[in-house]
Design a protein. Structure first.
Length: 749
């Protein structure tokens, strides 16, 4: 055990110094893959039985069922099996976003262009060798879904009275390349059509935003000087596949392979093909070596991508031996979808793999992930995106914000159709087109059920989660400057829904928020704490950025956050009253995080601490797994020992070879809301803010050494080094903000 601990420490120190992760043996299967990516493309890379393999994923690959499909798998084989020679290495280089695989005198470099959807694979060999690259797909024929568990990967979630099919892709040799794509069919009733019909929204169907119809995704694989070979077939894990092989025309000492990936909604297939052709042109079949034409010069694109990764790593970091390297490894995974049109999914992001390597009872294709592809769970998604603020990654929030902006019109139409009032109603378990997931809505609902409410005991009346993204929009403007104008109509519409829907007042002139919900846990609540705390914080923040008498009026009508008592201690309640407890969340602590009403330096800190310590329901949910956020609560309350203990548990290596592939937790692997919540907890231990106040090391253990650079509101960065319990270095930029730093003196500067 001592040897393993020492080895682990040495690996952490090596990682911090070199920003790379090294494996010196091949992997057994895809569950031991390593992430590589950039822009909005993710690769799972591994070497198995001498073959170099990687899965292809990209943001936005939603099929007719709203499953998020992979774009295929590539298998590269070099004659002589050089990776079996005994000097094998597979390296992830965070400083330039590449994966390098070497052995037996052969070296491969894999990287993704951050600014163009292109995957680059280059090979160098000491001696001339033959090699092949095979594009493999398991979607070579229509697949009828018969297992009810497999339905969890799409938006139907359960088997229906009609057949559910994953439709086949089109794959073919075109000249000396392979072209592959999936184009959503228009001659069937897809998940959008079905949801609209079953949720009673047909009267406005032609007004609804629809991201499913004609969505087309795929790509092309070409190799400089490579020619089309034949077809292959086989089975990997639980899934049969077919392959289309490219091979070198003769032995080569160097070889390049390019894979262009294109995702777009186009009225015609030809239009999509033209978009793909703008990325990579397939050379005509010829026995002579030919050049591969690209939209971007590879060497210039490589330099730009390396520079992007360099500035990404420099703008923020947390390096602490007590937590290992997983903070940086997880941040790297998030950056692989930095410029995605669609958000990074909490349930695996771009890096899912064959489900049998997550759960041995699940024998499905690599497309599987629990909790859907186009379905978004706000309670989980928020934890993926919160840490980006203090990391200085505000540009990466755009995909999540745009997701909501695109749905605003549809969510507003829901309110108009169901209740004939204004405002946008965003439900939990929402589709990427702004309507509730059809199974959570429950089409076979009892007569007389409110048509705007999900008939689901976990999700009914849970509409307040959207406010957390409103808060992020306000925070992004506060952290990075710039205009908030593009988001104000959205935030206003979310508030207007509650103003219109809950228009009755009690004797004190306060809104009667009934029925509401406090997360998925406290149901049929009267005056939910999550609703009150959210509206209070959002309205107060809005008053700071724009003048509107409505904000003051709504604030005046808000009831106070409910308080109660346990064991003689005043505590925060999840609501004034509730009918039942349904799940395992702790919404009574949401006024601490995310809403920041209680915390260090604020009134009522003892009340919040009492809630954490004495509320039996809060105590019962104390945990670190998955989306549990007790490390964040503890940090914001200044409970250093708890925050440290939970953060160590959060950031310990996951069950897979790549240490930051956590999960499945409550969701799926890699569990991105596990990583996100872990990140936020550590950030809050190091740095907390209250408008212009900056609390430094408010919950940081004295015996933990750390170097860090984090961001604070008003375009501020805070960079520090702690050793031996002393803050030995502190840089605040701009320097004028140093006066706002509040630090409990432990010695040092």
């Amino acid at each position: 055990m001592l040897y393993r601990l020492l080895l682990s420490c040495l690996l952490v120190l090596s990682f911090a110094a070199n920003a790379q992760l090294v494996w010196k043996s091949q992997s057994r299967h895809a569950g031991e893959s390593m992430p590589c990516g950039g822009g909005d493309i993710g690769l799972n890379v591994w070497v198995e039985k001498g073959d170099l393999l990687f899965y292809l994923s990209r943001s936005g690959t939603f099929d007719e069922n709203n499953a998020m499909l992979k774009l295929g798998r590539v298998r590269i084989r070099v004659e002589g099996h050089p990776f079996d020679k005994g000097d094998f290495r597979q390296e992830l280089h965070l400083q330039d976003g590449s994966v390098i695989v070497s052995g037996g005198g052969v070296r491969f470099v894999l990287w993704v262009d951050v600014f163009h959807p292109l995957v680059h694979v280059s090979m160098e060999s000491k001696t001339a060798v033959r090699m092949s690259a095979v594009y493999e797909t398991w979607r070579y024929e229509d697949h009828v879904i018969t297992d009810p568990v497999e339905c969890r990967a799409n938006s139907y979630k359960v088997l229906q009275d009609f057949p559910l099919l994953t439709y086949k892709d089109a794959v073919s040799f075109v000249g000396d390349g392979v072209v592959f794509y999936h184009r959503n069919r228009a001659d069937i009733e897809d998940i959008f059509d079905y949801t609209v019909r079953m949720e009673g929204m047909s009267s406005v169907k032609d007004q609804l935003y629809n991201p499913i119809r004609h969505n087309t995704f795929g790509g092309a694989m070409v190799g400089k000087g490579m020619i089309a070979g034949g077809n292959t077939e086989g089975q990997y894990a639980d899934t049969k596949y077919r392959g289309w092989e490219l091979k070198t025309a003769k032995p080569e000492k160097s070889q390049e392979i390019i894979i262009g990936l294109h995702v777009a909604q186009t009225s015609t297939l030809e239009e999509w093909e033209n978009g793909l052709g703008a990325l990579v042109k397939i050379p005509a079949h010829t026995p002579k070596p030919v050049s591969v034409e690209l939209s971007a010069d590879p060497s210039a694109a490589r330099r730009r991508s390396i520079q992007w990764w360099k500035q990404f790593r420099e703008r923020s970091y947390v390096r602490c031996d007590s937590l290992g390297a997983n903070y940086e490894l997880f941040r790297y995974q998030l950056a692989c979808n930095a410029y995605g049109e669609w958000p990074t999914k909490f349930n695996g992001g771009l890096f899912t793999f064959d489900p049998c390597y997550v759960d041995s009872t699940k024998h499905f294709s690599p497309d599987f992930r629990a909790w859907g592809g186009g379905t978004m769970t706000a309670q989980n998604q928020r934890l993926v995106y919160y840490p980006m603020l203090k990391n200085g990654d505000g540009d990466m929030l755009k995909g999540q914000f745009d997701f909501y902006l695109r749905m605003l019109h549809n969510a507003s139409l829901r309110s108009r159709v169901y209740w004939n009032h204004g405002g946008a109603c965003f439900t939990e378990q929402i589709e990427n087109f702004g309507l509730p997931n059809i199974t959570e809505y429950h089409p076979k609902r009892p007569a007389g059920t409110d048509p705007g409410v999900e008939y689901n005991k976990w999700l009914e009346y849970e509409w307040e989660t959207v406010f957390e993204f409103c808060l992020m929009m306000l925070d992004q403007q506060r952290y990075g400057g710039g205009s908030i104008q593009q988001y104000l109509p959205f935030i206003d519409s979310c508030l207007s829904f509650y103003e219109a829907h809950y228009h009755q007042f009690d004797a004190r002139g306060h809104y009667i928020f009934y029925p509401t919900s406090a997360a998925e846990t406290y149901k049929l609540t009267y005056n939910s704490t999550t609703v009150i705390a959210a509206m209070q914080t959002i309205l107060q923040r809005l008053k700071q950025v724009t003048a509107n008498p409505r904000w003051d009026t709504m604030l005046a009508h808000l009831p106070p956050v409910p308080l109660g008592e346990y064991e003689g201690h005043t505590t925060i309640l999840p609501a004034e009253k509730w009918e039942r407890i349904q799940n395992r969340e702790t919404p009574q602590l949401y006024p601490v995080f995310p809403w920041g009403i209680y915390g260090i330096g604020k009134p009522g800190l003892d009340t919040a601490i009492n809630t954490y310590k004495y509320d039996p329901q809060a105590v019962a949910q104390w945990d670190y797994v998955g989306w549990k956020q007790y490390s964040i609560f503890a940090a914001r309350l200044g409970l250093t020992a708890d925050a440290a203990r939970l953060s160590v548990l959060k950031f310990k290596d996951g069950p897979h070879r790549f240490p930051a592939f956590w999960g499945p937790g409550f969701d799926w692997t890699p569990d991105h809301n596990w990583g996100g919540s872990a990140m936020v907890g550590v950030q809050e231990m190091l740095l907390q803010t209250d408008d212009r106040k900056i609390y430094l090391l408010p919950a940081w253990p004295a015996n933990w050494d750390v170097s860090f650079k984090l961001h604070a509101p008003y375009e501020t960065t805070v960079e520090g080094v702690v050793k031996g319990g002393k803050l030995i270095s502190l840089k605040v930029h701009p320097a004028a903000r140093a006066k706002d730093v509040i630090y409990p003196n432990r010695g040092g500067i």
